[in-house]
Design a protein around this ligand. Structure first.
Ligand code: F6P
Length: 471
């Protein structure tokens, strides 16, 4: 059977994983021959030509170090100050420094050169996310004939936002060098198809750029998921119960509203706290009876826009606390650090409301984990942004427009007042969808479409829990 080669910016390290991507992919290699390739997390003086191969908790991982300059241009620069904001339709937060593109391409070329000698002709290569769009082109230029798939974990932008990205035509040509391109949601497939079918005649200088031929690239939605059975068990584990006990001691009977997100402007955190502020302002009966816990581990904090989001959130939380707190009651707790999965599962389970309101999101695995952690006899309510990919598979959530803080505030009120029967009914639909879209089947579906017959049903047999999946 062909080996699977996973390529992503971050590789799985020892200890807590960095996010949802790492959590999901680690499972894929659990039962297959193959290896994971990516950045080592280390910065060096000289670019590294050859990958270092290590065994990390039973996985074979091949890694390269990057120079500080290349890493800055590739990661903080082109990937996270241009592609990330543009793909999330936040052109106002993009910093267009077109020279970062050279660093982005250099790193993709370095990855390809270091990966090429490790490849066998029948290896199936699965490339992940916006950091590595050019990788198939770079590999093919070095002679790779393998099946190569690409999965985008973040939303695909509208054509206008795409056109704002320097070198977008080259990037889209790179996309056409993959055999399969997978997106999170149908809306992403629609945006991509719209671009592919109506490519605006772009020009560079006086030279017209030829339309890109996507006819050899298969495109489909593969909504990612979590491991709902594992989460459900974790939420009833002693570690989760300990967390619930601690929280109950401090909250008493107050209903918990919970948000868990990386501290990222795409997550809509200021709008979320404003919606909560309106809830308290419009419903005095809820004061002292409800508490918002927002867990927001810092992310990409060398980038100015992330620092500003953090400052804005500090100010809004301070305002709500100052306005509504009393000597013996506080309306919210804001925690800027990451928690392990067992503690999170406990928090999810005791939360009457899971508040997941990104302004735009590829999928949002927190929504999946919240659903999976609920007590079937007394489940909480998911309040979910209609702009998260998860909205396509979770119609039983209370779907809101996260920009409309009145609507979110009203959804919070409905969630808090929702009778048990309705909560159960909605949750059953949500849990069925979380099961259908579990992470194992996600990987099998993608790999089976990329290289039919190679997906290994044995991957169902493994059941692993990883730390920290706040994507
Ligand atoms: O959700 C997109 C994503 O890039 C994930 O792949 C990753 O786990 C998360 O954001 C965190 O990003 P970073 O690797 O930049 O910390």
């Amino acid at each position: 059977m062909s080996r699977i080669v996973i390529v992503s910016n971050r590789t799985p390290g020892k200890g807590p994983a960095a996010g949802g991507l790492a959590v999901a992919l680690r499972k894929v290699l659990g039962n297959r021959e193959g290896f994971w390739f990516g950045w080592s997390g280390k910065l060096t003086e000289q670019p590294q030509a050859e990958a270092r191969i290590e065994d990390i908790d039973g996985l074979t991982v091949a890694q390269v170090d990057l120079t500080r300059e290349d890493h800055h241009a590739y990661y903080a620069g082109f990937s996270n100050s241009i592609l990330w904001p543009s793909f999330h339709l936040r052109l106002d937060l993009a910093t267009i420094e077109s020279y970062w593109y050279e660093g982005y391409r250099r790193v993709n070329a370095q990855f390809a050169k270091a990966l090429m000698p490790l490849l066998r002709p029948d290896d199936i290569i699965w490339v992940h996310d916006y950091h590595l769009i050019p990788l198939a082109s770079e590999l093919r230029n070095l002679g790779a004939r393998n099946r190569i798939g690409f999965y985008l974990h973040i939303p695909f932008p509208t054509a206008d936002a795409l056109y704002a990205i320097p070198h977008h035509a080259e990037l889209m040509r790179d996309v056409s060098r993959y055999d399969l391109v997978g997106f999170q949601a149908q809306r992403d497939v629609a945006a991509f198809t719209d671009f592919a079918q109506h490519q605006a005649p772009s020009t560079f200088g006086a030279r017209a750029i030829e339309a890109i031929d996507f006819s050899r690239t298969d495109v489909a939605a593969f909504p990612i998921g979590s491991d709902p059975e594992a989460f459900s068990r974790l939420a009833a584990s002693p570690a989760a119960k300990k967390m619930i006990h601690r929280m109950r001691r401090s909250l008493g009977d107050q209903a918990l509203i919970l948000g868990v997100d990386r501290l990222d402007y795409s997550k809509g955190l200021p709008q979320r706290v404003e919606a909560y502020e309106k809830l308290l302002a419009n419903n005095p009966r809820l004061r002292r009876n409800v508490h918002l816990l927002q867990v927001a581990p810092p992310s990409r904090d060398t980038i100015k826009e992330y620092q500003e989001t953090s400052d804005t959130l500090d100010a809004i939380c301070g305002r709500v606390m100052g306005h509504f707190s009393e000597p013996d009651w506080s309306p919210l707790t804001y925690v800027k650090r990451a928690y392990g999965q067992p503690s999170l599962a406990g928090l999810y389970r005791m939360a009457r409301v899971g508040l997941v309101t990104p302004l735009r999101d590829g999928m949002n695995l927190v929504a999946h984990e919240y659903v999976a952690s609920q007590d079937p006899a007394d489940p909480g309510v998911l309040v979910l942004s209609r702009f998260a990919g998860a909205a396509e598979i979770f119609p039983e959530a209370l779907l809101v427009n996260p920009f409309d803080t009145d609507e979110t505030s009203e959804a919070l009120r409905m969630a808090l007042d929702m009778p048990l029967e309705e909560r159960k009914e909605r949750w059953q639909g949500l849990m069925a969808a979380a099961r259908t879209h579990n992470v194992d089947d996600w990987a099998l579906r993608f790999l089976d479409r990329l290289a039919p017959g190679t997906a290994d049903a044995g991957s169902h047999s493994r059941d692993i829990i990883y730390l920290d999946s706040v994507a």
